[in-house]
Write a protein that binds this ligand. Structure first.
Ligand code: 0WD
Ligand code: CA
Length: 378
């Protein structure tokens, strides 16, 4: 009996600290100094065509081609072509990490940092990291992230929450048109070739995408992620990606100081998080009037966005965003210890609550496809 107790005690002492069961998201808990974030470097890219088929090249990359600035300014009708020249992507198809895994399968043997690098990395979409960055300030929409460890690497893939799915299926017609207008703006601002002009007479097909694949590091967390890039600026000071990339956005025209304040507090936070992660230096906004016309453009350098809220007590702080993201990645690394592509830890968050975890096996949460697991295992 005494021996059994001793063994128990020894086991207890040798046991690794059990991971926390939840993670708080209050901004006040993450207001330390800005953590280390390695300047993202592009490892490669891929394209998705009009049929949403993968190509291991830059064929879908477009070129920034703003209207000449000598006249009165733009007059883009964002509703033109809706709905007859609109081919929206089928949102019922859950692609999860598939396209990024296809790229990784083709390039994993030649990654810089050597063969061990990937085993210590986190693989995900940039959009998932954006959601983590904005979590301490988000008051509307929760999220779910599925996590699996496989050959050391931690893979993170978003799961559509039941609320988000319900909202998507009940999306009001005006909101559908507003989504189209964002893509139409891209068509007015981008050309297919470096020297040419935009052609707004064609179709808007949201299956088409150009994705950059990058490497970075947040604190001790190695990152390999991919993000969709709107266009490259052939006249940018640096021709080296991601420094030549431009993000395009539309937003409502603003007329009162209160409108601008609210824009800085909410929209600019999301714009900053998305472009900062990938290293996109400029976001070009088109402001649309109530009739759906863009009559003014404004460039927001990503590194200057924080200045608009620096002295605002209800503003956001980049350090809080990055510290929370680093804390979540540590939380996930410490929670997902078993190496098993069929095992999923589901991290769930709703505004006003901490991040919680649940454990699942196989369908519907397992997301690493068999073609990937088998190809990497052999
Ligand atoms: O599996 C999933 N749950 C998700 C997959 C969620 C979000 C995106 N994706 C896919 C998209 O289909 C796309 O191929 O990942 C790729 C984009 O990844 P990302 O760059 O990490 O995503 P994000 O930064 O959220 O969005 C970048 C752009 C958007 O631009 P705006 O200006 O609206 O932020 O990607 C487009 C959109 O143009 N985009 C999408 N396009 C089609 N379907 C989607 C989507 N679900 N989400 C974003
Ligand atoms: Ca965009």
């Amino acid at each position: 009996k005494r021996r059994a107790e001793r063994v128990d005690g020894a086991e207890r002492r040798n046991k690794l600290p059990s991971p926390a069961s939840s993670l708080p998201t209050d901004p006040a808990l993450y207001s330390g100094p800005f953590p280390f974030y390695r300047r993202p470097s592009e490892l490669g890219c891929f394209s998705l065509d009009a049929q949403r088929q993968y190509h291991g090249d830059a064929q879908a990359l477009r070129y920034y081609s703003p209207p000449p600035t000598n006249d009165q300014g733009p007059n883009f009708d964002l509703r033109d072509g809706y709905p007859d020249r609109y081919q929206p992507r089928d949102e019922e198809v859950q692609e999860r990490l598939d396209h990024l895994l296809r790229w990784l399968l083709d390039h994993r043997g030649k990654l810089e940092g050597g063969p061990g690098w990937l085993a210590g990395a986190i693989v995900t979409w940039r959009g998932h990291l954006t959601k983590l960055l904005t979590t301490p300030y988000e008051q509307q929409e929760g999220w779910q992230l599925a996590a699996s460890r496989f050959q050391g690497t931690l893979y993170l893939s978003e799961v559509e929450t039941p609320a988000a799915r319900a909202q998507r299926l009940a999306r009001p017609p005006l909101l559908r048109e507003l989504m189209y207008m964002g893509y139409k703006f891209e068509q007015y601002m981008c050309a297919d070739k470096p020297g040419s002009s935009p052609d707004p007479s064609g179709e808007v097909n949201t299956n088409v995408a150009f994705c950059s694949v990058l490497r970075s590091r947040l604190g001790s967390h190695r990152l390999l992620f991919s993000g969709e890039v709107d266009c490259t600026d052939p006249r940018a000071a640096s021709t080296q990606p991601p420094a030549c990339y431009v993000e395009l956005k539309t937003s409502k025209e603003m007329h009162r100081p209160g409108h601008w304040r609210s824009f800085y507090r909410h929209k600019l936070l999301k714009w900053w998080a998305q472009s900062f992660l990938l290293g996109v230096p400029n976001v070009v906004a088109g402001f649309r009037n109530p009739e759906g016309f863009v009559c003014s453009l404004k460039t927001f350098p990503t590194m200057e966005m924080f200045e608009y809220v620096r002295n605002d007590r209800d503003g956001w702080n980049p350090s809080v965003c990055m510290n929370f993201c680093a804390a979540f990645l540590s939380f996930a690394q410490n929670t997902v210890v078993q190496d098993d592509p069929r095992l999923v830890h589901l991290f769930s968050w709703e505004p006003g609550s901490p991040v919680t975890v649940s454990k699942h096996r196989d369908a519907p949460y397992a997301f690493l496809p068999m073609w990937y697991v088998e190809a990497v295992t052999r």
